[in-house]
Design a protein around this ligand. Structure first.
Ligand code: HEC
Ligand code: HEC
Length: 521
């Protein structure tokens, strides 16, 4: 990329982020300056040009100035392809379908929800404008509506039947055996516009674009998502058993949805006697309480990253007074073990081609880092959550999918990273069914002043960062969390034992006295 086009790129990106931020952050501010009289004659075209054109293009062809930097791209309305419909596969949507998706937006994409930003009448006006002016054959044919009956009560038997159908219809080819979008066909999927597209991760309820309820799921695979490799499965069953089969399949897909990450901010490392689990697959981990947290794209320094591959991690921890064992799990459909498309790189090198915009050479290895303050201080003072700041460094344990682990000290996101010469952090990782499990182990205390010291009972700030190689992530292009707290369970203090012994003793003595008195009588 030449320096001129690079400068243009930054300008457009800045503009895009600014505009998107403006829409998201200040709906009321923009509404307030609008005169109430404008309600009388609603101009769909004006609303479209003001609100939609910089993504969808002035001519509705999905080619607004921001479009090249979005993944997925804004819809080209002139293609007549709509994903979220109540109508049969290949048909145009109903007017109500378009109104609905403009109201609620498309989750986990750049398409905002307009409810509350535009009035109901404004949404109708802009939808009429875009459908009548850009969508070929709009209003010429009556679309066939796919009926959705009433969902059944979900039982284990229905889910089991649905699982069988998931196998028979080979949903796993794209969505993977556990639903994490890691099926054998997943790396090479493209949409009708030849852009790479990912299968939906069916375990993440919060990412379902068309809603995650039973009835939404039913609609998605009975109508299909036009313009994508996701077909309609409405006609595969004879009419008499269709409803039952499709509801069973919906129930199974619904059952794949993992728990929503919590707002819980404390991760407790339980204290055990004896040795800690040495493998991320050790069955002992199933007994340990799990905390799931959200990660977001890094938008503090350029290139700002709105579409991170990893949006959540699940954490479990144990200690035995000597060492800490920290298990981190996250979904990643493609295992990228080494950068630059070299041997051992299982993910598809051209999966999301970001070179054009961001100048990286192919996928980088997947990676995950756990961050602590270098020094834990009392009170609420913590280093800046994004790699610390001058004078307040962080201590990072970073694992990479080529099986290397290194420890760093960083004091600000502009600093070069230098690995520590020797480190007592070890890491053990596995990948299966689109999921990494990574186990870090470190002694609670070390003699290196650059290392965080892990003292039981203290609130130790902890944060997580992830890089998904096949999503073009490396360096400052990553997903990150804010600070959480890690607390290592303390042995009960001696005074507690003392009180317990005393109480038990007193009760026993009292009983003995009572018994004696009763006997005497
Ligand atoms: C910041 C960029 C952005 C803006 C602004 C935006 N959209 Fe979108 N829109 C998108 C993207 C991206 C998609 C595609 C999502 C996908 O394919 O999963 C989309 C999809 C759509 C769809 C297709 C839904 C379907 O069923 O397939 C409609 C309709 C739509 N937008 C209408 C609008 C309208 C109306 C406005 C203005 C009021 C608007 N959009 C503003 C980014 C934007
Ligand atoms: C050829 C690949 C392929 C097959 C086979 C396939 N899907 Fe999909 N599916 C996709 C893609 C790609 C998407 C995402 C489209 C998008 O994001 O616009 C998707 C989306 C979905 C969604 C919508 C999720 C959301 O975001 O709202 C559901 C539900 C779904 N698939 C279920 C199924 C089920 C059930 C089956 C089997 C009966 C199946 N799929 C078979 C590729 C496939």
């Amino acid at each position: 990329m030449g320096s001129q086009s690079r400068r243009n790129f930054w300008l457009v990106l800045l503009l895009a982020v600014g505009l998107a931020g403006f829409i998201v952050v200040s709906p009321t501010a923009t509404l307030a300056v609008r005169p109430a009289a404008a309600q009388a004659t609603l101009d769909g075209e004006a609303i479209y040009l003001e609100r939609c054109a910089f993504c969808h293009g002035e001519n509705g062809d999905g080619d607004g100035p921001v479009a090249p930097y979005l993944n997925p791209r804004p819809r080209d309305f002139t293609s007549g392809q709509f994903k979220f419909r109540t109508t049969a596969s290949g048909e145009l949507p109903l007017r109500e379908d378009v109104i609905h998706i403009v109201q609620v937006g498309v989750r986990s994409t750049a398409m905002p929800a307009w409810e509350g930003v535009l009035t109901e009448a404004e949404i109708e006006a802009v939808v009429d404008y875009l459908t009548q002016n850009f969508v070929p054959d709009w209003g010429e044919f009556e679309p066939v509506v796919i009926p959705v009956g009433n969902p059944p009560r979900v039982t284990a038997a229905i889910i089991a039947e649905g699982e069988q159908i998931y196998q028979e219809l080979q949903c796993w080819k794209c969505h993977g055996q556990a639903g994490r979008a890691d099926g054998p066909s997943a790396p090479t999927l493209t949409d009708d516009f030849d852009f790479p597209i990912r299968a939906a991760d069916l375990t993440k309820a919060w990412r379902y674009k068309g809603g995650s309820e039973l009835i939404d799921i039913y609609s998605r695979f009975s109508t299909g998502l036009n313009g994508t490799p996701m077909p309609s499965f409405y006609d595969v069953f004879p009419e008499e058993e269709r409803e039952e089969k499709l509801w069973a399949l919906s129930a199974y897909v619904y059952s794949l949805q993992a728990q929503q990450p919590t707002e819980q901010s404390v991760i407790t490392a339980g204290r055990i006697a004896g040795s800690l689990p040495t493998s991320p697959e050790a069955p002992e981990w199933n007994e340990v309480e799990a905390v799931s947290l959200f990660l977001t794209g890094q938008v503090i320094t350029g290139p700002r990253w709105q579409t991170p591959g990893v949006d959540a991690v699940t954490v479990r921890a144990l200690h035995n007074d000597e060492s800490l064992a920290l298990l981190v799990e996250w979904s990643d459909p493609f295992q990228d073990a080494a950068g630059g498309g070299s041997e051992g790189n299982v993910g598809n090198a051209t999966y999301v081609n970001l070179d054009e915009f961001l100048g990286t050479a192919g996928p980088q290895p997947d990676a995950l880092a756990v961050q602590f303050p270098q020094t834990v201080t009392e009170g609420t003072q913590k280093p800046y959550f994004f790699w610390g700041q001058p004078g307040q460094p962080v201590n990072l344990w970073r694992w990479q999918a080529d099986s290397s682990v290194a420890e760093y000290n960083v004091a600000g996101f502009r600093e070069e990273w230098q690995p520590q010469e020797s480190s007592q952090v070890t890491a053990e990782a596995s990948w299966a069914d689109g999921q990494y499990r990574l186990l870090f182990t470190r002694p609670l205390t070390t003699t290196d002043p650059n290392d965080v010291q892990l003292v039981p009972g203290e609130f130790i700030p902890i944060a997580f960062q992830a890089w998904e190689g096949s999503n073009g992530e490396a360096g400052t292009r990553l997903a990150l969390s804010s600070w959480y707290s890690l607390v290592l369970e303390k042995p009960a203090p001696v005074s507690v034992y003392l009180y317990t012994v005393l109480t038990v003793g007193l009760v026993a003595a009292g009983e003995w006295l009572l018994v004696r008195r009763a006997r005497r009588k």
